[in-house]
Design a protein around this ligand. Structure first.
Ligand SMILES: [Zn+2]
Length: 123
């Protein structure tokens, strides 16, 4: 399925991205990641506003990985296209807060890191 992304940086440059599907779903290159690569290609900077659309040109939500990538390059102030006739929303208000499962996963990762450190000191 076709995905396209376009964003403007805080200093007024446009960057773009397109998805590239792969037979192995997990290896698909998302349009948002492609866009961030374009941002790096043109010298980096911060994203001010972004539109991510499917083949029908309607806005779509980024996957979890891309939310993290976009957050790191635009932060909570990044404006996200919400569709025709609708004001763009701030990144912070566009997506649900981390789920209980995600929080649990973070806690679990922290625990595993502590254990591995402890194990390292013992050996
Ligand atoms: Zn993605």
């Amino acid at each position: 399925m076709s995905r396209r992304a376009c964003a403007i940086t805080t200093d007024g440059r446009f960057v773009v991205g397109a998805n590239v599907e792969n037979a192995s779903y997990g290896l698909t290159l998302c349009a948002e990641c492609s866009l961030v690569s374009d941002l790096a290609r043109v010298g980096g900077g911060r994203l001010r506003a972004i539109s991510i659309v499917a083949g029908d040109a309607k806005p779509i939500a980024p996957c979890g990985r891309c939310r993290q990538v976009l957050f790191e390059h635009g932060g909570n102030e990044l404006l996200v296209d919400a569709g025709d006739g609708v004001d763009p929303t701030r990144f912070a208000n566009s997506f649900p807060a981390p789920s209980v499962r995600q929080i649990w996963t973070c806690a679990r990762v922290s625990e595993l890191l502590l254990r591995s450190r402890h194990h390292h000191y013992e050996t």
